[in-house]
Design a protein around this ligand. Structure first.
Ligand SMILES: [Zn+2]
Length: 378
């Protein structure tokens, strides 16, 4: 898998490889017979990237508070203020090694929101005894070490961690984008349909975990998530990691090209508008997710929703490919693109064709109606 992923990237954009975790950077370097150079740094934007070195897994969970006086009075830069961090470190064989726990003294919202009060097992009194966030997060990252990969239930905690760090000007301590394991996603792939998002207590029930501790304390939830993670079959891990792009690429050289088992993923730099993004040749291009060679487009990109574009392409060797672009908003309000290219069947291709035709027909009808309206007015 890693070799294929590395070779794919070799075909595509070697410069982008510095984002890839694990072996592919090494294989890439071996294949190219070269060492990491300043222009292709091995680690600055990834965690646990040291390839052949063994890594730990850090399964963590956060609890947070929000503005007690409602959304209208919240601080936009930090809508959710972290009040607790709990984490479990697992070694490479996923044995529990250590735990980490900090309660955080809030600075932005000094009362608990009623929802937080209901959920979290902490009182304001407990929080006042906590430590300031900047110190707690420093401790946490130091404890986690550079050679570990984060694991969380869902993708929200990692974004909120970075948003809080950004608020305190600490983002350089955790350079992104980086790879991580979404345990919620892995649970669904391993035990359900691979799509449904379940709550942590559902997973704990299904796997018959020992549920002695109450849910919704950071430490307990981190332990439960770690127990779920330990039960994910090992062979599922390499192909099912996730990419956190809270710190999305800002320049062409930072753009991400990577390939998974069934699909290739591209994350673009920022654009002012989605129209500008859709005019960019790299955004519009389609490369085969199996061989990485340029594919011929059979159906041009068309808007299949306000933030979604679809196309159909053909690799002469590997057949039909479906391209899907989703527009994403960065923290600064700019637009960036997440593009996925995956093999598709003739039936799926037919659906794309029909969708395109239906949208065309709709547009034609609307134009005709407008013309009729105009001519009736004149
Ligand atoms: Zn191909």
């Amino acid at each position: 898998m890693h070799i294929r992923r590395a070779l794919y990237n070799l075909n595509r954009n070697p410069a982008a490889l510095c984002f890839n975790r694990n072996l592919c950077y090494y294989i890439f370097n071996i294949a190219c017979d070269r060492q990491a150079s300043p222009s292709h740094p091995a680690e600055p934007r990834s965690r646990g990237v040291d390839g052949l070195e063994l890594m730990n897994y850090v399964v963590f969970d956060l609890e947070w508070n929000q503005c007690p006086y409602g959304k209208a009075r919240e601080n936009r830069k930090i809508p959710f203020e972290i009040i607790e961090i709990g984490a479990v470190m697992l070694d490479q064989d996923r044995n529990c090694v250590e735990t980490f726990h900090r309660v955080i003294r809030p600075k932005v919202y000094r009362q608990l929101h009623y929802r937080t009060k209901e959920i979290v097992n902490l009182t304001m009194e407990d929080l006042r005894k906590g430590m300031p966030f900047p110190l707690a997060v420093r401790d946490f990252l130091e404890w986690a070490g550079r050679n570990s990969i984060f694991c969380t239930w869902g993708c929200v905690d990692l974004n909120e961690l970075q948003r809080n760090m950004n608020y305190y000007g600490q983002l350089r301590l955790l350079p992104g984008p980086f790879h991580y394991y979404d345990v919620q996603k892995l649970f669904s792939i391993a035990f359900e349909d691979g799509r449904t998002c379940r709550a942590l207590n559902y997973a704990a029930d299904l796997l018959r975990l020992d549920e002695e501790e109450e849910f919704h304390s950071a430490m307990a939830d981190a332990k439960y998530a770690a127990e779920v993670f330990r039960r994910i079959p090992k062979e599922l891990l390499p192909e099912n990691d996730s990419l956190n792009v809270y710190q999305n690429p800002k320049s062409k050289t930072e753009e991400i090209h990577t390939v998974y088992n069934q699909y290739s993923l591209y994350i673009s730099r920022e654009f002012a508008t989605k129209e500008e993004a859709m005019r960019d040749p790299e955004v519009r291009s389609v490369y085969c997710s199996k061989c990485g060679k340029k594919a011929r487009r059979k159906i041009q990109w068309f808007a299949a929703g306000s933030q979604k574009y679809v196309c159909l392409a053909l690799c002469p060797v590997h057949g039909l490919l479906q391209g899907v672009i989703r527009m994403r908003k960065s923290e600064s309000g700019a637009v960036y693109v997440k593009k996925i290219v995956a093999p598709c069947t003739e039936a799926q291709a037919e659906l794309i064709r029909r969708r395109r035709d239906a949208l065309r027909e709709k547009r034609r009808r609307r134009r005709r109606q407008n013309e009729e309206k105009l001519s009736a007015m004149s």
